[in-house]
Design a protein around this ligand. Structure first.
Ligand SMILES: [Ca+2]
Ligand SMILES: [Ca+2]
Length: 366
């Protein structure tokens, strides 16, 4: 349906209260974090340009219910439990989200046309009115006054002509915004870029291992407090969502990548700025299924469920890919998914002006 390109994923990213409480899987404690143990193998001597070494290892993946935490938000994050033990191999990861300049080089080399720049085909969106079948993407369009937070359509709009070159609509440009993360990138667009760059998209477990930076069970990529010495550590939303952005962190919209401190692995913006695609298909009970398939032990290099198994109770029948990191629109009033163990998801054909990606590369040892 064209509605998914118009509105849906952003709504879904923001609602998790529908998730049923999950039955604990035998052999796991849904709230138990054990120490992260990095693989001992040293990094190869030469790092690919713009990438950092992620040693891989064993860690506890997931998050506990944050609602009683200071600034923990109002969602239980049931889909990120049980907290369970996962092992991932080492890999390289982009130190930042992919930028406009990087994506422009890819497009210049390949003449690639993103999904948001293509006219939707009527056969892919049966029942859609012909006037709706226009190229475009979803843009944050805040109301001028406070609104109930139960319907994301109050602040999202499908904008014809919005795409990575025109982030907020046809009259906007990316001139002088080389260092901004590229946005309006559908999953296939991100995959095409990664293939061109000799990389791939991260799995969800690789992404979380990297984001945690060797720490154990922390709420954020840097620790347990939202700010450090009064400083903002990520580009999120302060003020009253969605109508009044206080910009205390310095940015109302996207920030140039690496505007905030890196985590311990040298990765920037693993919390906030823009959402980042992961290669796993989404399913709210995916962690329990993974633990079960591992016989209750350590889950090794999980790849997630299949497309056919993907399920989102808010949109049954639509397979979704995982997205991580939260964005400049996440706030403790709404969608606190800048917390490192939390999960998001999106329809693969849908980008928006708060969603991008970064890539990883496998290690090739001589
Ligand atoms: Ca901000
Ligand atoms: Ca991010």
């Amino acid at each position: 349906m064209i509605m998914r390109r118009r509105f849906f994923p952003l709504l879904a990213l923001s609602l998790a209260t529908w998730l049923p409480a999950q039955t604990p899987t035998p052999g796991t404690d849904p709230d138990k974090f054990l120490p992260t143990v990095a693989n001992p193998a040293p990094a190869p001597k030469v790092a690919p340009a713009g990438m950092v070494w992620i040693p891989g290892g064993e860690f506890s993946m997931g998050c506990t219910d944050p609602r009683t935490d200071l600034c923990g938000g109002n969602e239980p994050m049931d889909d990120a439990r049980p907290v369970h033990r996962v092992a991932v191999d080492s890999f390289w990861m982009d130190r930042t989200e992919v930028t406009n300049a990087e994506f422009a080089r890819f497009v210049a080399a390949t003449a690639y046309v993103t999904i948001a720049e293509r006219k939707p085909r009527a056969e892919d969106y049966p029942g859609a009115a012909p006037e709706l079948l226009v190229a475009g993407s979803v843009v944050f369009s805040p109301p001028s006054e406070a609104v109930p937070l139960d319907n994301a359509l109050r602040w999202w709009r499908y904008v014809p002509g919005a795409n990575w070159r025109h982030p907020t609509g046809p009259n906007s440009t990316i001139k002088d915004r080389d260092r901004d993360p590229v946005v309006h990138v559908a999953y296939a667009d991100a995959e095409a870029y990664a293939a061109w760059a000799g990389k791939r998209l991260p799995t969800e477990s690789e992404w979380e291992f990297a984001a945690r930076g060797g720490l154990t069970g922390k709420r954020y990529t840097w620790g347990d407090d939202l700010t450090v010495d009064g400083k903002w550590m990520a580009n999120i939303w302060e003020g009253a969502f969605p109508h009044k952005n206080a910009e205390s962190d310095g940015f109302a919209g996207v920030a140039p990548v690496a505007s905030y401190p890196a985590n311990a692995y040298g990765l920037h913006d693993m919390s906030g700025n823009v959402w980042e695609w992961c290669s796993d298909w989404y399913r709210p009970d995916g962690y329990a299924l993974a633990v079960r398939s591992a016989g209750g032990g350590v889950v090794r290099n999980p790849r997630g469920v299949t497309e056919a198994e993907s399920f989102d109770p808010t949109e049954p029948g639509m397979a979704k890919r995982v997205q991580r990191s939260g964005s400049f629109l996440c706030t403790d009033q709404y969608c606190t998914r800048y917390m490192v163990g939390t999960r998001g998801k999106g329809a693969p054909d849908t980008g928006s002006n708060h969603a991008g990606f970064r890539c990883v590369r496998d290690v090739v040892r001589p």
